[in-house]
Design a protein around this ligand. Structure first.
Ligand SMILES: [Zn+2]
Length: 141
């Protein structure tokens, strides 16, 4: 099964193995990978399969494609915007343990919360607040 090249974008190595990729948001699909990329995928390094190009995006190509997945909320810092427009930096951690910062206006956060409550009316916001209050930079608890 080692005919052809590794399916990771721009990887010049020959394919060494075929791995079946299955994730909730993906079709299960077989991709041919070189040995080092196969090891990374099996170790849980983030990837995204591009159907149109039939390639696997990893590393910086994930960022360029806007496909980096935040898996854990870390913290926020307030009032990083201009005086005219308040904003916060929301810090998440991705599955490669790297921090991902989002600069978000207060207005956008408010709209997000409203849409979130609309979509999941049973969400226990009080429990969520307690869970994350250790990250509250204002110490309001
Ligand atoms: Zn490769």
């Amino acid at each position: 099964m080692s005919n052809g090249a590794c399916h990771v974008l721009r990887c010049p190595n020959p394919a060494a193995t075929v791995i079946n990729l299955a994730r909730p948001e993906h079709f299960a699909i077989d991709v041919a990978l070189c040995s080092s990329h196969a090891q990374e995928v099996q170790a849980g390094v983030p990837w995204h399969y591009e159907f149109e190009q039939h390639v696997l995006l990893m590393g910086q190509d994930l960022d360029v494609a806007g496909r980096r997945l935040a898996v854990e909320y870390e913290s926020y810092s307030k009032d990083v915007g201009t005086a005219m427009q308040g904003a916060s930096v929301l810090t998440f951690r991705d599955s490669a343990e790297e921090p991902v910062d989002l600069h978000v206006t207060t207005e956008a956060i408010e709209r997000f919360i409203v849409s979130y409550i609309d979509e999941w009316p049973s969400l226990d916001l009080e429990a969520a607040r307690k869970r994350y209050s250790k990250d509250d930079p204002d110490g309001t608890q």
